[in-house]
Design a protein around this ligand. Structure first.
Ligand SMILES: Cc1cc2nc3c(=O)[nH]c(=O)nc-3n(C[C@H](O)[C@H](O)[C@H](O)COP(=O)(O)O)c2cc1C
Length: 208
């Protein structure tokens, strides 16, 4: 069996989505996958970033750790997992800008048959975690990918996360994901790597 590659492309400003991304990476690696972690870049000016104290600093710190996602990253992957903080119940414009850069690959059908998943972080319990994840499902469908939800396929889903994908609630003080949130995220990484292996074995994907 050839190696499975998982691309985790996320945006995060205060670290919650980043922590979920790293836990998904752990789960996928435990399943034997090679993981590429990428952070989508800001699309507004530094002047606009200055409206929110700490934004520029956290962006600089995270950008030093993660390269920006590219078209080549998407082509090379057997599975792509997209993560974003909720923005008014929807996907951040930063992650959306990366997705919108994949139009050329869409035209060539290059992402057809790859496994796809999504995850998010909100500040409030019912602040849009499920709408954000299912909003990410829409471009995955257009790109021809096979969506891998979590269902309740692991007991931890009865305690945390959503059947659509991993999530966390950061509250008013930017709380990091809980131990259960991270366990859901590890399960998501494991599950998408397992499905990507099966799709690859069935000849469903191309990575060149
Ligand atoms: C412009 C903006 C819109 C937001 N909209 C929502 C929202 O609709 N629902 C919610 O619960 N949190 C909302 N949040 C809060 C973030 O989604 C939340 O703090 C998240 O945990 C941040 O993730 P991060 O630490 O990965 O940046 C919003 C934050 C910003 C800056």
């Amino acid at each position: 069996m050839s190696e499975i590659k998982v691309l985790i492309a996320f945006y995060s400003r205060t670290g919650a989505t980043e922590a979920l991304a790293n836990a998904i990476a752990e789960g996928a690696r435990a399943e034997g996958a090679t993981v590429t972690l990428r952070r989508a870049r800001e699309i507004v000016s530094r002047d606009v970033m200055a409206y929110s104290p700490g934004w520029a600093e956290s962006a600089d710190a995270m950008n030093a750790k993660y390269e920006a996602p590219t078209e080549a990253d998407a082509v090379a992957a057997d599975a792509i997992v997209l993560g974003t903080p909720t923005r008014f119940g929807n996907v951040s414009s930063e992650l959306k800008a990366y997705i919108d850069s994949l139009g050329g690959l869409w035209f060539q059908g290059k992402l057809n048959g790859k496994a796809g998943g999504a995850f998010t972080s909100t500040s409030t319990t019912h602040g849009g975690n499920e709408t954000t994840i299912t909003s990410l499902y829409t471009p995955l469908v257009h790109l021809g990918m096979i969506i891998v939800p979590l269902g309740y396929a692991d007991p931890v889903l009865f305690r945390a996360g959503t059947p659509y994908g991993a999530s966390s609630v950061s509250g008013q003080n930017n709380a990091p994901p809980t131990a259960d949130d991270l366990e859901v995220a590890r399960f998501q990484g494991k599950r998408i790597a397992q499905v990507a292996k099966a799709l690859k074995a069935a000849g469903m994907t191309q990575t060149a």
